[in-house]
Design a protein around this ligand. Structure first.
Ligand code: CMC
Length: 428
């Protein structure tokens, strides 16, 4: 028998099995605790609770390590393409050349939207946030593809996966075009995944759009860095919603909404707005950092801090370097980047941030790159969603392939009134 943990409740001692992960992480399995004792565990925000066993992504927050399927993020960032990483996450291994070609070709051939999506977009107000539009239109995919809604049918799941990866960039670019009142662009099959997205975002029907290799490479890198991050808020949403056996489109639509919030993926938009505010109000970095230390959630130093990383977020290190490289290659001078560097330098030496182990996270520098390549700030989180989609899908697939699969259903400790009699309306 492996390691066990003991819990003492009154005069009873209960033994609980300990599960050990492949990187040595220890967890006490409390799944039978209530049946044995009547007690549940309480962990608001799940800061100390594992919701699943997973073989997809490993994070060591103390040492700043991130690996997809065992491969360090630094190597993937340096050597892989986004679709290669998507395949790795979803199917578990790096694709052989012909597998990658087949996958890429299938994605390429699913990028077009059903013509009736025009009606869906027409129904959305012009200033709809792209994340709301993405969530709504991904949800609407379930109405267009009733032939691929069964999560128990592997061939239906497979076609939904390809449709989602292929069409989310088309939907996101179309949401943007809708918001600026420009005609939407058809996908172009001669372009690669990222090039095609750039063409649909920044091109227009009146002239040929030439994909800039520096911008395309930078975006591919950003997608790789965002592709998975184990059980974060949107991924846990994907698993929880997916555990009801809803179709893949419904679960991705929910995950997009979870990502939108400023404490999660929406932080990239919040960071650039913070940098713009500092610039426009002529504040010094020090003044803003002091404000961020006050106990007021709205003035947090956005792009700093992480639930898991108590050291440098390895993605932030890669993005910071890419930020300098890209701006340099594009010949762009960015005041936003200067302000970001100043904020980082001040915060990393400030006792408040040091004590709480708050470091720059993935969102701190990504917005500066998006901004430099001409992306409007309300599209930043939609780009995060395109990058994160393979991770959501991989986690959903793993959940459904788990022999111990169960619907997700946490418990609670009830703190409301005990039984109280109904009072008729004229006696209240
Ligand atoms: N600026 C100022 N203070 C902060 C910050 C920040 N960015 N982040 C955390 N703190 C403080 C917080 O006030 C608390 O202080 P105290 O112990 O005195 O009450 C302490 O640090 C711990 O913070 P917490 O909110 O309890 O930590 P958490 O693990 O629940 O939250 C977080 C993590 C990412 C939500 C938080 O650090 C935050 O709000 N950061 C800013 C938003 C952001 O950048 N989010 C993106 C996260 S990474 C990418 C992603 O998930 O999409």
């Amino acid at each position: 028998m492996g390691e066990v943990a003991e819990i003492r409740l009154g005069d009873k001692t209960i033994e609980l099995p300990v599960v050990v992960g492949s990187e040595g992480e220890h967890a006490i399995d409390i799944s039978k605790l209530r049946a044995q004792t009547g007690y549940i565990t309480l962990d608001p925000g799940y800061a100390n609770s594992g919701s699943c066993e997973s073989a997809i992504t490993f994070i060591n927050g103390e040492e700043g390590i991130l690996r997809y399927r065992g491969i360090p993020i630094e190597q993937l960032a340096d050597k892989a393409s986004f679709l290669e990483v998507a395949y790795l996450l979803i199917y578990g291994t790096l694709p052989k050349r012909e597998e990658l070609e087949g996958f890429t070709e299938s994605i390429r051939r699913h990028t077009m939207l059903h013509v009736d999506f025009t009606k869906v977009f027409t129904a959305l107000p012009k200033d709809a946030h792209p994340m709301a539009a993405c969530s709504a239109t991904v949800g609407a995919m379930a109405t267009f593809y009733p032939d691929s809604l069964d999560p128990r049918d592997p061939s239906q799941v497979e076609v939904s996966i390809h449709r989602l990866i292929a069409k989310l960039p088309t939907l996101a670019a179309r949401a943007y075009k809708h918001s600026v009142g420009q005609p939407s662009m058809y996908p172009k099959n001669e372009l690669n995944y990222v090039g095609n997205f750039l063409h649909m975002m920044f091109g227009n029907p009146c002239e040929e759009y030439e994909v800039d290799a520096v911008i395309s490479k930078a975006l591919d890198l950003l997608f790789i860095l965002h592709a998975d991050h184990e059980q974060n808020c949107s991924t846990s949403t994907m698993r929880l919603v997916g555990s009801s056996m809803v179709n893949l489109f419904g679960a991705v639509s929910a995950a997009i909404n979870a990502l939108w919030g400023p404490l999660h993926g929406g932080a990239n938009q919040a960071v650039i707005e913070m940098l713009a505010e500092i610039r426009d109000e002529g504040m010094t970095g020090r003044q803003f950092v002091e404000r961020a230390k006050t106990k007021d959630d709205t003035s947090r130093l956005m792009g700093f801090g992480h639930r898991v990383y108590k050291n440098f977020d390895p993605r932030a290190k890669i993005i910071k370097k890419a930020c300098f490289d890209v701006l340099n290659q594009l010949g762009v001078h960015s005041q936003m980047l200067e302000i970001a560097v100043e904020l980082e330098e001040i915060a990393l030496k400030d006792e408040y941030f040091v004590e709480r182990k708050l470091y720059p996270n993935v969102d701190f520098y990504s917005g500066v790159i998006y901004n430099a390549i001409g992306t409007p700030s309300n599209m930043f989180t939609a780009l995060f969603a395109i990058g994160r989609l393979p991770g959501w899908i991989a986690q959903w697939r793993e959940l459904h392939q788990d022999p111990t699969f169960k619907i997700g259903r946490p418990r609670q400790v009830y703190t409301g009134p005990t039984e109280t009699s109904f009072v008729p309306i004229d006696k209240r």
